[in-house]
Design a protein around this ligand. Structure first.
Ligand SMILES: [Zn+2]
Length: 113
């Protein structure tokens, strides 16, 4: 058992943290996340080198609580705009269809590869 606030570990049978006076949990939230994330499969949905599109997609997917990331975005260099590789939008497998649906009506100049 762990305290979610101070992360102190307690033996089984104790249900509350002495320090924080809050209920203990079996697994710390970060650990739950890291365990799950190993099982998350991401699929490539689209690629774009347009910063405005990337910003738009991020705000759209954030608002829908969709798990995603842009692969290769860190290599972006504005001055080499057309020469660099586009960033690849990677979406959690089960959200792929939903994301395609969301982006269907959006006018994004992207390459799918
Ligand atoms: Zn505590």
């Amino acid at each position: 058992m762990f305290c979610p606030k101070c992360r102190q570990e307690y033996i089984d049978g104790i249900t509350q943290c002495d320090e924080c006076n809050i209920a203990l949990v079996n697994v710390l939230p970060e650990e739950i996340y890291s365990v799950n994330s190993k099982n998350i499969q991401f699929e490539h949905v689209l690629s774009t080198s347009n910063h405005a599109d990337i910003a738009f997609i991020k705000s759209l997917l954030d608002s829908k609580n969709i798990i995603y990331y842009f692969q290769g975005e860190s290599t972006f260099n504005v001055t080499l705009y057309n020469m660099i590789q586009p960033a690849r939008l990677m979406v959690k497998k089960e959200n792929v269809e939903k994301v395609k649906e969301l982006l269907k009506d959006v006018n994004i100049k992207y390459f799918a590869f």
